[in-house]
Design a protein around this ligand. Structure first.
Ligand SMILES: Nc1nc2c(ncn2[C@@H]2O[C@H](COP(=O)(O)OP(=O)(O)OP(=O)(O)O)[C@@H](O)[C@H]2O)c(=O)[nH]1
Ligand SMILES: [Mg+2]
Length: 502
């Protein structure tokens, strides 16, 4: 994301009949557009943002004559779904860089001056020694000459706009003022660097990520005692460039977990008006689809009375690609799939009653999830690269001193480190239930009965929790028999989900 650069200041002079050499009247440049972010409800993915790739706010316009200021650049507003986490990977801040350059120049000058002073002192001591000798010999006092070398500092063409009609040589004798790099006032509202935002609630107002560069100053700003008609103006400051990582933390309220072909997409479709692809083959669904289930009485009022203060009128369901046995073994594919499951608040296990033993299926799915968690918790990316010693994963301000406009110690650029991990609750502690689908097919009733008996036993604690954890979620364990294809029994699901969400 590129915040807009500031427009340049203008060098102009009043021109009127009978006024030969009018006073300076160049306008200031407009400030660059800023980048804002806002988490909003109703969005479910970051796809659109990803497609935009590079995002630029526009540049401020240059100032003009007759004291006309340049128009400010347009801001860019990025809207993301609630649950988005934003992390900074890299930052290029021209103002901070200029500060560093200036500091470097200043330090060099100081060092040079010090050296010169030391040399001068030495010379003087020598001269004095010589002088006292000569005095003794009764000779004349000689004036000590002070050498003061006039050095010409090169013109910073990157900082100044020169009067177009002027000859660059005219500026050799011009003493340019010390111009501190400037920021817009609103830059104070930028989040601390490096950016780490967890946008878990909708925001009423957009938040500033990067302010645009300040506009340059027109030539009237540089009028001084000895400089009545400055033939220069300052350039606008460059805009900050941010490289950010966006991650959607919570995908949906409910995640459908099931083998390929179990009937997840069909279920989602019968519950919502989503148009997910359905086919009688495995892996019809390759990317998660999100459907919204409206639970109101068609007048905007909640259909299901929830005890919570906030009456929800809808919830979201994610149709996640089918989970195959051994998914955890294929790190890329498996972890990708399972990552989505991680992001759902409630897990709905979709079991095909017509295909094998549903109890066994359920246990297999849980086993797969457990394996995934084991791998995730020992992911190499959380293992430090450095041979040994403590690594500070704290990316808060302590690790990177915040940039202050005037402080000479600011840092503006840092290498991309490993991104901080998103903490997720263990899967087995999530609320879950079972959707026993394809109940319209033959010989599915005994399967369903066995499944419900098993769940009741888990709830009572007489049978081990399918996750193998003793503290696994076991409240209101239920298998909802449905025929998604006929739309039968599916209305039970919103009711159950609302109970859990409550
Ligand atoms: N008889 C019957 N068939 C169903 C039912 N639900 C789904 N099916 C069929 O099962 C097949 C697979 O359904 P999908 O919804 O695509 O399955 P899926 O779980 O989304 O599959 P993947 O996306 O591959 O993971 C389709 O042929 C559906 O018509 C049902 O309730 N009854
Ligand atoms: Mg599907």
């Amino acid at each position: 994301m590129h915040a807009g650069a500031g427009g340049h200041g203008c060098v102009a002079f009043l021109r009127e009949k009978y006024i030969e050499e009018g006073p300076p009247n160049g306008g200031d440049g407009g400030s660059g557009g800023g980048i804002y972010i806002q988490a909003v409800e109703g969005l479910t993915s970051l796809h659109k943002l990803a497609r935009r790739g590079v995002i630029r706010a526009s540049r401020g316009k240059n100032g003009q004559g007759k004291s006309k200021g340049g128009k400010r650049g347009d801001d860019v507003l990025i809207q993301v779904p609630v649950g988005t986490v934003v992390r900074e990977i890299d930052r290029h801040d021209p103002v901070a860089e200029e500060m560093t350059t200036r500091r470097k120049i200043y330090e060099d000058q100081q060092a040079e001056q010090q050296e010169r002073r030391a040399q001068r002192l030495e010379k003087r001591l020598e001269q004095r020694a010589k002088l006292s000798e000569e005095l003794e010999e009764g000779e004349e006092l000689e004036e000590m000459e002070e050498e003061e070398d006039d050095e010409i500092t090169p013109i910073r063409f990157d900082r100044w706009v020169l009067y177009p009609g002027a000859n660059p040589a005219d500026f050799l004798t011009v003493d340019f003022p010390r111009l501190k790099p400037r920021r817009q006032g609103i830059a104070a509202m930028e989040p601390q660097a490096p950016i780490f935002l967890d946008l878990s609630a909708p925001m009423d107002k957009p938040m500033l990520l990067a302010a645009g560069g300040a506009g340059g100053l027109g030539n009237p700003h540089f009028v001084g005692r000895v400089r009545g008609r400055p033939k220069f103006a300052s350039r606008g400051e460059g805009g900050t460039r941010l490289e950010l990582d966006f991650e959607l933390k919570l995908l949906a309220d409910v995640g459908l977990v099931g083998k390929p072909n179990a009937g997840k997409s069909t279920l989602l479709r019968s519950l919502t008006n989503s148009r997910t692809r359905i086919g009688n083959w495995e892996f019809t669904t390759l990317n998660p689809h999100i459907g919204t289930v409206i639970v109101d009485d068609h007048r905007g009022r909640p259909l299901v009375e929830t005890r919570g203060k906030k009456h929800r009128t809808h919830f979201t369901i994610a149709d996640i690609p089918g989970l195959v046995e051994g998914a955890h073994l294929d790190r890329g594919l498996g972890l990708g799939f399972l990552r989505h499951i991680d992001r759902a608040g409630i897990l709905a296990f979709v079991l095909d009653l017509s295909n094998g033993d549903p109890v066994q299926e359920l246990q297999k799915l849980w086993h797969e999830l457990g394996e995934y968690e084991r791998i995730r918790d020992s992911e190499p990316e959380s293992v430090p690269d450095e041979p040994q010693g403590v690594i500070d994963w704290d990316t808060s301000s302590a690790a990177y001193p915040e940039f202050e406009d005037d402080s000479p110690q600011e840092t503006y650029h840092r290498p991309a480190r490993g991104l901080p991990h998103l903490p997720m609750p263990p899967l087995h502690t999530k609320a879950w239930f079972v959707v026993a689908t394809k109940a319209d097919l033959e010989h599915t009733q005994p399967q369903y009965r066995a499944l419900q008996e098993y769940l009741t036993a888990v709830e009572k604690g007489t049978v081990e929790h399918p996750s193998g954890h003793s503290d696994g979620w076991k409240q209101k364990l239920r298998a909802v028999p449905v025929s998604a294809i006929r739309g039968e029994g599916v209305t039970q699901i919103p009711k159950l989900v609302m109970e859990f969400l409550d």
